[in-house]
Design a protein around this ligand. Structure first.
Ligand code: 4AD
Ligand code: MG
Length: 431
């Protein structure tokens, strides 16, 4: 019977077949240990002289790295390691033997080489583990939203207007219309959908043409936007807290083996419980200056500031009420201080920095029109968005997370290019 490796414990003592790829081999002559990966996990197959046939020994000896195989034999508990199983190989069927040496070996490779071979690098143990953590985060997100009264609304990728800022857009030719732009966030469209559904979210690729070359920036990444009617700034933060706690709990529950492969310290993740830390932008600026930063009172937080600040705490930090001039036009102002926006960024601990950006939205027609003009945006393009303030406007809020940033934090990966299957960066478009 063909089994999946993640189900192997159910087949103890019985003969089974595993099909997959040989990712590592040890031994020589009298005994071979073949590590086989089938997607769901990894298992060791043992071919020992005397027990295996000469034919099996010969095939095992010649089998090359990443060749595709089926191995058959009884499943037993590993003699030393608890919870680990191995197979005594009675039969090996080679599906395809790699004639060329697999380019990625156990020796150290530079990041450019690995990224050039991303299509093959994805098979490495750590890369396998990262994608599985990412998948858990996606599933946990859908779960949290469907359990909390949200429905998924798919926002468009080709758009006529900017959401976050006009200088960061990828422009594409669009028939008689001239140009379209690849979306930076589905937020504005979700604001339309809440008037129909109350609470909604989207999840898809977004595009940023900004020339940022940091470990936290990609030009294409996956964003989840959530938007809620009748939710204010405080309520917005509570929903984010609930979502992040659920995601972390699920990763700890589902990805024990993966986080072990990634050598992720689990203690900091276990501390992720509500309430998170809440600080205003002004408080954070004062704190950073005390730590020796020369950041100005009205500055946005830079990457280094975020790193320094979040290394100090073991919980995520909400930083709210940024100066309105460093934030987007659609953010509602703080009724107590018109120079501040009712926004918040959520920063992940351990130096990871911003994972979520969100705000309460401006819901007054005249004020919003004024902001659009102040930001030198074309009101004509935003007519439909302004309409939402004409027909049953309500207080509302929302936020967006970057999937790669959250995956990087939870998996403990330094550069987010390893958290997306095929990264797109300023100087990388292949494979
Ligand atoms: O803070 P941002 O720009 O917020 C928005 O786009 C809002 N419209 C979201 C909303 O309110 N619905 O982006 C949201 C998140 C950031 O916190 C960060 O995690 C991620 O997207 N992000 C990036 N991730 C990778 N590469 C980039 N270049 C990113 N820019 C933002
Ligand atoms: Mg942001």
């Amino acid at each position: 019977m063909i089994i999946r490796i993640d189900n192997v414990s159910k087949h103890e003592g019985k003969e089974a077949t595993v099909q997959g790829w040989m990712y590592n081999k040890r031994g020589s002559g009298k005994i071979f240990f073949l590590q086989v990966r089938d997607g769901s996990g990894m298992i060791q197959g043992v071919a020992a002289e005397g027990e295996a046939t000469d034919e099996v020994m010969k095939v095992a000896e010649e089998l090359t790295m990443e060749s595709s195989v089926r191995i058959t034999g009884p499943v037993n508990k590993h003699p030393k390691w608890q919870g680990v199983y191995e197979m005594q190989i009675k039969k090996i069927e080679v599906i395809q033997q790699c004639a060329d040496e697999f380019p990625i070996s156990k020796k150290e490779h530079g990041p450019d080489f690995l990224l050039d071979n991303r299509h093959l690098w994805l098979r490495s143990k750590k890369q396998w583990a990262i994608q599985r953590v990412r998948n858990t985060i996606i599933n946990a997100t859908y779960e949290y939203f469907s359990d909390n009264g949200f429905i998924k609304i798919d926002s468009p990728i080709l758009t006529p207007n900017a959401c976050e800022g006009t200088t960061e857009l990828f422009e594409v030719p669009y028939f008689d219309e001239g140009s379209a732009f690849l979306t930076q966030s589905g937020q504005l469209y979700l604001e339309a959908a809440i008037m129909s559904h109350g609470r909604v979210f989207d999840f898809g690729p977004v595009f940023r043409a900004e020339k940022s070359k940091t470990r936290r920036h990609l030009t294409e990444f996956w964003m989840m936007d959530a938007e809620m009617a009748f939710v204010d700034h405080e309520g917005n933060m509570e929903i984010q807290e609930g979502l992040i706690c659920h995601i972390v709990a699920k990763a700890l529950e589902k990805n024990e083996a993966e986080l072990k492969i990634l050598e992720r310290d689990l203690e900091p993740l276990k501390k992720i419980k509500a309430p998170f830390i809440r600080k205003s932008h002004a408080e954070v600026i004062a704190e950073l200056r005390e730590m020796g930063s020369d950041i100005g009172e009205k500055d946005d937080l830079g990457a280094d500031d975020e790193t320094k600040l979040t290394e100090k705490y073991d919980k995520p930090i909400f930083v709210d009420r940024y100066p309105s001039e460093v934030k987007a036009f659609y953010m509602k102002r703080d009724p107590e201080d018109d120079s501040k926006a009712l926004c918040c960024d959520l920063l992940a601990p351990e130096g990871y920095g911003e994972i979520i950006g969100g705000s309460q939205r401006e819901d007054d027609y005249d004020v919003l029109l004024k902001r659009i003009e102040e930001h030198k945006l074309d009101p004509k393009v935003f007519e439909w968005y302004l309409d939402l303030r004409k027909y049953g406007s309500v207080p509302h809020s929302g936020f967006g997370y970057g999937l790669e940033r959250i995956t990087g934090w939870i998996a403990g990966v330094h550069h987010i290019r390893e958290t997306i299957p095929f990264p797109r960066m300023i100087s990388r478009l292949t494979p």
